[in-house]
Ligand binder design. Sequence first.
Ligand code: ZN
Length: 93
Amino acid sequence: MSGCGSGCDDGSGGPMSTGKELVMFVMQAHGGGVAGTDIPNGPLDTKCQGCGEEFQMKTFVDKCPKCGGIHAISPPQAHDSANIQFAGEDFKG
Ligand SMILES: [Zn+2]
């Protein structure tokens, strides 16, 4: 159940993926239009999964202000910061 209509199911991850796969999915969703969209219910407080810095996710793809680690959350799961996925320390957006 992607709920995205066409274009979301291209076989390279989906909204229920984890880690880097989810980050890649959100970055590419709708031609990149989702990544910079504000999270509708407001910024999510989280902690960087790379360096431990506390920061706020303001958009569906955001990065740690300290180490630059890329984090993403899929829109259907954006109500809960526990669903934030980290791309990994070797991933450069
Ligand atoms: Zn960090």
